[in-house]
Write a protein that binds this ligand. Structure first.
Ligand code: ZN
Length: 403
């Protein structure tokens, strides 16, 4: 059989012929034909790169070389490799693998180049709209078209769902403080603030709490130096405000306070208080009772009853504890009210005239009342929270219940 002159054949046609037909019988002839295949692949890929080929052209090249049924590589492995004598099989195997790898890499490279080229093309089209410089209206119009002709990059998929940012809720303690502020501001009170690191003068002395008083013990108070403490109540702000302002005065002071208590279900070394102070001429205990009764009914509901019991505080005279009727048992007696039907809630009293001497108010002309209550206590009663520690754990499952 006369061998065909392979040099005249297209590469696909060449690969489809048998080695016998091509007259290839030794390693040298095999090397020559694979060298031609390598060069052919390189030149076909190069031609596509130069012509900025289309996606169709790239796919055609891929099928020609790597196609599963009649691709050049496939023809070689099906035709040449199977029927070759042993000593040529190894060369055909090695050269075919190298050729396949080269074809895969180079054709993928051209495809990638085409993709990047298309993006650059789209972006530059967006910018290169001709802008007539002479006519203002035309410029505006053109600018609008330019806006519309913008095509987002393929990397930005505007159909993907957006990022969901869930709305938070106010912390229950903040909600209670806000409720209290709202009720008292409706009565004409203003909100005052003061430092949490306080001098012993404002925290104790000016509030008529002398050196030997048990609450000044370092078992009860966080001392920073012998003269500075973490404030144990918000009452120092009353003194600070009275030093700045002359009567009449109506303020409430919400804020953080600190005591050396071990944390448990009802105690925390840090908690919140709201204190109130009213100073004017002719302020009586009846004003105090009316104000607190109004506040507690506004906060807990109109059915709540209040009860004032005599008590003692260093900075008020007379002093009282205020109880409310139990919210949980309609005064039948339960665990919360310890069977009494009443819940102890806050302390209050008429401002001790001795305090007015510290701030140069005329005690013969002015009188006033003060009260203080724990925000956590009100929140626990209002929302039925059993453990004060839950307010500080930051557990989202707990906090989300206060929507
Ligand atoms: Zn009860």
């Amino acid at each position: 059989m006369t061998p065909i002159d392979g040099s005249q054949l297209d590469l696909a046609d060449l690969a489809a012929r048998s080695l016998d037909e091509l007259g290839i019988t030794d390693a040298a002839a095999l090397e020559a034909v694979f060298t031609r295949l390598d060069a052919g692949l390189a030149s076909e890929v190069g031609a596509l790169q130069d012509s900025a080929g289309t996606a169709d052209a790239i796919e055609a090249l891929r099928v020609r070389w790597l196609g599963r049924k009649q691709g050049i590589i496939r023809s070689i492995t099906d035709g040449w490799l199977k029927n070759a004598p042993g000593e040529l099989k190894r060369i055909i195997g090695q050269r075919t693998n190298a050729l396949r790898q080269m074809a895969e890499e180079q054709i993928a490279g051209v495809a990638k180049q085409l993709q990047l080229g298309a993006i650059a093309e789209e972006n530059s089209q967006g910018r290169q709209m001709p802008l007539p410089q002479s006519d203002w209206a035309a410029t505006q119009n053109s600018a609008a078209q330019q806006q519309l002709s913008y095509v987002p990059s393929p990397f930005l998929d505007i159909t993907l769902p957006g990022t969901h940012r869930p709305a938070g809720v106010r912390h229950p303690l903040r909600q209670v403080i806000n409720d209290m502020v709202e009720i008292f501001t409706s009565l004409g009170y203003s909100v005052e603030d003061g430092p949490e690191i306080e001098s012993t003068y404002f925290n104790f002395e000016a509030l008529n709490i002398p050196e030997h008083h048990p609450s000044r013990d370092d078992q009860d108070t966080f001392y920073i130096t012998p003269e500075t403490v973490l404030r144990t109540h918000t009452s120092p702000v009353q003194i600070r405000t009275m030093e700045k302002q002359s009567p009449p005065l109506r303020i409430i002071v919400p804020g953080r306070v600190y005591r050396r208590d071990a944390p448990d279900a009802t105690h925390s070394p840090m908690f919140h208080q709201v204190e109130g102070l009213a100073v004017d001429t002719h302020i009586t205990f009846a004003d105090l009772k009316g104000t607190l009764d109004y506040f507690l009914k506004s906060f807990f509901g109109l059915s709540v009853q209040t009860r004032f019991r005599p008590s003692f505080f260093p900075f008020t005279e007379p002093s009282a504890e205020v109880d409310i009727s139990c919210l949980f048992c309609a005064q039948a007696g339960c665990r919360v009210c310890k069977g009494s039907g009443w819940i102890e809630l806050l302390g209050c009293g008429m401002v001790d005239p001795a305090l007015f001497n510290f701030v140069q108010y005329d005690a013969s002309q002015y009188s006033g009342f003060a009260f203080g209550m724990g925000v956590e206590r009100l929140a626990m009663l209002k929302y039925g929270v059993q453990d004060i520690q839950q307010f500080y754990h930051g557990d989202i499952r707990f906090l989300h219940q206060f929507r």
